[in-house]
Design a protein around this ligand. Sequence first.
Ligand code: UD1
Length: 361
Amino acid sequence: MLKIINVVGARPNFMKVAPIVEAMTRREREFSPLVVHTGQHYDATMSDAFFHDLELPQPDVYLGVGSASHAAQTAAVMASFEPVVVREKPDWVLVVGDVNSTLACALVCAKLGVKVAHVEAGLRSRDRAMPEEINRVLTDQIADLLFTPSEDADQNLANEGIPSERIRFVGNVMIDSLLKYLPLADKSTTKEDLGLRGKDYAVLTLHRPANVDDRQTLTRILEALEEIGRRISIVFPVHPRTLKMIAELGLRDRITNTPGLRLIDPLGYLDFLSLYSSARLVLTDSGGIQEETTVLGIPCLTLRENTERPITVSMGTNQIVGRDPEKIIAAALTALSETSKKPVSIPLWDGHTAERIVDAL
Ligand code: UD1
């Protein structure tokens, strides 16, 4: 019987851990899974809603770390996670993605000599100004087993000198959740509630510090949205960080008065899936949404200068458009002029990644 601590911390972790915990729970003779929530995200809309929608068992341990600077948050996760590992003596600790909680928990285990598995290993934007890139590079260096979503990730790890015995190409576990919950998302009333059923609309998400913490950058993005909003209404579930920055940067009036741009509260997993899966166009700076739109064949414009998920560009529907308003507008108009959806099939993004992870463990 393997005792596994599964770590979740922030919103993009929940849909990756849920299918893995479910697969472990199904194999109850082989696995004893625990869920530890660091509390990096704590608002009901950023955390609780996902436990509910994804049928993730309530955490066995909640560390309640909350928001702080990078150093303070990472250190607080480490200090509160260490006694849990010492007490529970797991065979493995499983971390996912690239948030501060991922690195903090991996580092605790590396120091204690407890084995760590990293899910979504090997992705690289090659942009070290992104906090997530630091988290990815360091977590992959210290993890014992690296589960990759695509073959470019295997190559990145090999280039960094990581031996192939530590690497397993298993596919994209987030797509397990997407494929499982897509039929259920149909029951969401979000589109009716917003008066969007049967209408053309775009969806926007924005939360990267590089986009929302700088007034000039955010203003340039806003210029593009003002133009695109004339052609199609844009629904914008606003991340708490972005909401705070819009107010601090004095852009609240301009943003709320932009015709065609509709700000709403963050949505749970099923409501958001229901919203973007029917959108004509998605504009985002998220990582996961680039992958989800690829699988569903929805045009995605990534408002960043790079991506750690190049397969969504080479094989999928994603375009890296940066922050230049002219470029964003031109790409949006082109995408809106195309009518047919182009769902894409990417190797091992097939809904069975969690089983492959559990088999490997
Ligand atoms: C974090 C991750 C990022 C991920 C994103 C998804 C890191 C370095 N960043 O960014 O990779 O894409 O989550 O959402 O780990 N806040 C709330 N309520 C919450 C959580 C946060 O109001 O439940 C606000 C706080 O003001 C906080 C700010 O959002 O200071 C930023 O939160 P934080 O977890 O530091 O980073 P995110 O921007 O959410």
